[in-house]
Design a protein around this ligand. Structure first.
Ligand code: AMP
Length: 194
């Protein structure tokens, strides 16, 4: 299966992503994590990304698209993958589509993890990561609303979007996700995608 996982900061996407990749044996492609590693290692990508990340801004599309193009070409992605944090803009979504067209490997599904804004603010305040300072949180939520949310409509129009209610417990959200993914497996609609 090839899955895109979309959700605002603080929705619990990372936790669900970890459980999903373990259960369905998928490569876990978290662009946030890749960028944090690159920053830490002071690679060329990391040096460019650092100031955007610390300012609560998205890194430029060209930069992250190249990172993902390279990553998707690696052998472990052949078994299927979960994209966690990419795409985050329409331009990234279009770039992903053209890569996947080129490779004849369409997406199986796009999962949206939906959590009301009030709940997000509460959860983010409790987390304490470097880019979770209150003013940075506000910017990250704004960039989600203005740049990432339009992707939901984009994927809905393609018939790929499934929404999960992220306000429940971790187990509750995970069982919703499993219901969606298991139904894809049993309908066999992902067979041609592997
Ligand atoms: P995350 O861990 O997914 O919240 O990502 C942390 C930060 O990495 C984001 O606030 C962005 O600055 C950057 N980032 C991660 N993924 C992307 C992406 N697809 N496009 C642009 N910036 C990204």
């Amino acid at each position: 299966m090839r899955i895109v996982f979309i959700g605002p900061p603080g929705a619990g996407k990372g936790t669900q992503a970890e459980r999903l990749v373990a259960r369905y044996q998928l490569a876990h492609l978290s662009t946030g994590e890749m960028l944090r590693v690159a920053c830490e290692a002071k690679t060329a990508v990391g040096i460019k990304a650092d100031k955007y990340m610390n300012g609560g801004q998205l890194v430029p599309d060209e930069l992250i698209i190249e990172v993902i193009r390279e990553r998707l070409g690696q052998p472990d992605c052949k078994i299927g993958y979960l994209l966690d944090g990419f795409p985050r803009t329409i331009a990234q979504g279009e770039a992903l589509d053209s890569m996947l067209d080129e490779w004849h490997s369409p997406l199986s599904v796009v999962l949206e993890l939906h959590v009301p804004e009030e709940e997000l603010l509460k959860r983010l305040a409790a987390r304490g990561r470097e880019d979770d300072r209150p003013e940075v949180i506000r910017l990250r939520l704004e960039s989600y609303r203005s740049q990432t949310e339009p992707l939901l409509e984009y994927y809905d129009a393609k018939g790929l979007l499934r929404r999960l209610d992220g306000s429940g417990t971790v187990d509750d959200v995970f069982s919703q996700a499993r219901a969606v993914l298991d139904s894809l497996v049993t309908s066999g609609s992902n067979r041609s995608h592997r």
